[in-house]
Ligand binder design. Structure first.
Ligand code: MOS
Length: 750
């Protein structure tokens, strides 16, 4: 399957492609099984690898029965620390903010359960799996620590990806002292694992010192450089192909030991090697959302205005690396308070290193903050919406900068209206349905930053009037193949069915990172600029050609539309791209473009997407069973390129919020340190029957500062606000304030 998708779009209307609710262009390929995911590649002479993983969480591997595994007739090689060749770079070193320490058999230490301890390579997957079982490891086990109270606490130098751990504004003690109402509340969030439908997988093949890898990846060109570094080869010797990803959520943006081991094995054996993680091995070595304990202390004046906002987080990280879930940062950019104080500390435990997981920091932090805001509203005797209207900030509380655009008031108003919030009793346990279930309504504010990274793109006009556009972006399922092609079509003045879009391959211009909800803005801007560059060159050809109807129009005097350049002042004068290229004797004409934030705008403005989420729950008064019956979210996220896909992203985020509130939790055994629910049967996620009637309203927003196209992102904001909205609705139904997530029946029935 090539990385190019032929595309015909039945929904195309006249005019701009952007804004059209097109179906995803790779949808049919995916539902028919024609899309080639990494593990679907079967190069000739392929070997299969299986990782043997530790069953202890701390200690060392004392023995491995390598002889028994090698005696298996199908097994070709067993790689252990004893025979594992060294890498060009030490996996214990960190070279950039995005580097995580990983385990690639560099020694016999065990630092968490399910850590790789050997790699077995065989002619078939079954033989490799049997060989891995024959290794029968023995261990020198040490006591593992997996709980908050038995880890070793410390003050981290940074949180998230290089953010400051603490923030102070105003006099927090004075704010608390002067407050007429105070709340002091705490919450706990569990470890959660990304669990993309497609497990991490790689097919690695060497040809001399050239390496080809098929692997799902959110940051294709950056990752190519990382792979080249670990194997000591030039960047251009690595070809990384990642046309389709079955989800990523942050876990496919970072380096992992199993990728490295498969590549090492392919080099040692001179044959291509495939490695796909079984589901249980995704609970440890490939990142997760780290657990948090959060405390919020809020002080309000007599009018219900915040006087002090204090948010403290203790986050779990591994014994050997640092990723500190930046939960307290959720309190930096939303509610106005003359005094704000945030802190993070961390606890080292014997669990794999956490990492960014969809809305890292914002998901956990907003869950706690939005519950605390509800408690604060109650303390002031105010409706939770009224309290938020009194307290949301008009300028960014942390930086003091104006927002590039802020449509939060409209999100509150439209969401509340659609939900039917008016008339909600302030007191809990006041509403019941016909069946006697307690009914509760809750809300939460949604917030996510609107970043841009760096990207490049190429647009090539072709003799037949169509165009090829290229950028090494990643479609994790969010619809990038489609939305980016829509932007490219507009930049070129073509319809989307005249656009051939190529992506997911490291030989293409660097599309940047598909993460941080910044991919459409970043790669989209690059594609748009590549298109306008190609059109400018085309216009140059036309206006300088005496036999062109556009001769003498001047570059500023033509407009690209419908595959033709039009004279701005004289509609009768136009010429097709194909004719212009033909006259010039050109088969193709290429434009290049870059995407990145304007530094002056970045300096002057705070840039965020905003939203408001409203939830209804019904709770069985005797059994404590919770059913979320309605979810309404209203989101303002700049210009929406494709409302169908944007809504789909927002639904996905809101469903994840529901999952966070009620279902999702990895439980690590306090004795063994092992995750006890490392499968999709016992790691609970919502199923269709758990999902209520949902609505995601898109609030029009013109943001002229985020980028010239006005694009923000929608990938992560849906989680924020939703968790709090559901928890607050449960409180409203029952009068019980849950202190930990997911909220359990035993937390409610008391
Ligand atoms: Mo993400 S956690 O921005 O892939």
């Amino acid at each position: 399957m090539p990385e190019t998708i032929p595309f015909s779009a039945p929904h195309v209307r006249m005019g701009s492609s952007s804004g059209q609710p097109l179906s995803r262009r790779d949808g049919v390929l995916k539902v028919t099984g024609a899309a080639t995911f990494a593990a679907d590649n079967h190069p000739e002479n392929l070997l299969h690898a299986v990782v043997a993983v530790s069953t202890i969480a701390r200690g060392r591997v004392a023995s491995l029965d390598v002889a028994a595994a090698k005696a298996h007739p199908g097994v070709v090689e067993v790689i252990t620390p004893a025979n594992c060749p060294p890498l060009a770079l030490d996996p214990e070193d960190k070279h950039s903010l995005f580097d995580f320490r990983f385990d690639a058999l560099q020694n016999d230490r065990v630092r968490y359960a399910k850590q790789p301890i050997a790699l077995v390579v065989a002619g078939t997957l079954e033989a490799a799996a049997e060989g891995a079982r024959l290794l029968a490891p023995t261990y020198e086990a040490e006591t593992a620590h997996v709980g908050f109270d038995d880890g070793e606490p410390y003050d981290p130098p940074a949180v998230g990806i290089g953010s400051p751990p603490n923030f102070d504004k105003g006099d927090i003690a004075a704010g608390h002292a002067a407050a007429a109402h105070r709340i002091d509340t705490d919450f706990e969030t569990p470890p959660q694992y990304h669990n993309a439908m497609e497990p991490h997988a790689i097919v690695a093949e060497w040809n001399g010192d050239r390496l080809t890898i098929d692997t799902p990846n959110q940051a294709i060109v950056m990752s190519r450089a990382a792979f080249a570094g670990y194997f000591g080869i030039p960047v251009e010797n690595v070809l990384l192909r990642s046309p389709f990803l079955g989800g990523g959520f942050g876990s496919k943006a970072i380096m992992n030991g199993h990728y490295i081991l498969a590549i090492l094995a392919a080099r040692m054996l001179g044959r291509p090697v495939k490695l796909a993680l079984p589901r249980d091995q995704m609970f440890g070595p490939v990142g997760h959302r780290g657990a948090t304990r959060q405390q919020l202390r809020l002080g309000m004046d007599a009018q219900g205005r915040l006087a002090a906002l204090e948010h403290r987080t203790v986050a779990m990280t591994s014994s050997f690396d640092d990723f500190i879930e930046p939960a307290s940062n959720a309190s930096l950019n939303l509610y106005a308070s003359p005094a704000i104080s945030t802190r993070h500390s961390a606890v080292r435990v014997d669990i794999g290193t956490p990492g960014p997981m969809r809305a890292p920091g914002e998901a956990t932090g907003s869950a706690a903050l939005e519950c605390a805001i509800d408690e604060a509203a109650l303390a002031c005797g105010l409706d939770p919406l009224e309290f938020r209207l009194r307290n949301y900030a008009e300028t960014d509380p942390a930086s003091g900068k104006p927002f590039s655009a802020k449509s939060l008031r409209e999100c509150y108003a439209r969401g509340a209206e659609k939900f039917g919030w008016a008339g909600r009793p302030i007191e809990p346990r006041r509403m019941r349905d016909k069946g006697g279930n307690l009914v509760g309504w809750g809300m939460g504010t949604a917030l996510f930053h609107a970043p841009m990274f760096q990207a490049e793109a190429r647009a090539t006009l072709r003799a037949d009037g169509t165009a090829l556009v290229e950028t090494a972006g990643a479609d994790m399922g969010q619809g990038a193949w489609t939305a980016l092609a829509q932007i490219a079509a507009d930049g070129l003045g073509l319809t989307i069915d005249q656009i051939e879009f190529r992506s997911g391959n490291s030989e293409l211009p660097d599309g940047g990172v598909a993460g941080g909800s910044g991919h459409t803005a970043t790669a989209g801007t690059a594609l748009h600029n590549a298109g306008t560059d190609a059109i400018a060159k085309l216009a140059e050809l036309a206006v300088n050609a005496p036999d062109s109807p556009l001769f003498g129009a001047g570059n500023a005097g033509v407009e690209a539309r419908g595959g033709r350049l039009h004279h701005r002042a004289d509609e009768t004068r136009s010429e097709s791209y194909a004719d212009i290229l033909a006259r010039a004797g050109l088969k193709t004409l290429e434009g290049m473009g870059a995407g990145g934030r304007d530094s002056a705008d970045a300096e002057a403005r705070a840039m965020f997407s905003h939203g408001a989420v409203f939830a209804e729950v019904k709770v069985d008064a005797d059994l404590g069973q919770v059913k979320v019956t309605r979810l309404v979210g209203a989101f303002a996220a700049g210009r929406i390129i494709n409302p169908k896909l944007a809504k789909s992203q927002l639904y996905g985020g809101m469903i994840w919020g529901l999952s966070f509130a009620l279902h999702e939790e990895a439980v690590h055994d306090r004795r063994s340190g092992r995750p006890m629910n490392a499968d999709l049967a016992s790691y609970h996620i919502p199923v269709h029957a758990d999902i209520p009637d949902m609505q995601a309203l898109l609030i029009d927003e013109d943001d002229p500062y985020v980028n010239p196209l006005g694009i923000k992102g929608v990938g992560e904001i849906g989680i924020t606000g939703t968790v709090g909205a559901i928890a607050n609705a449960i409180w409203h139904a029952t009068g019980v304030r849950a202190r930990r997530f997911p909220i359990r029946i035993e937390d409610i029935v008391c």
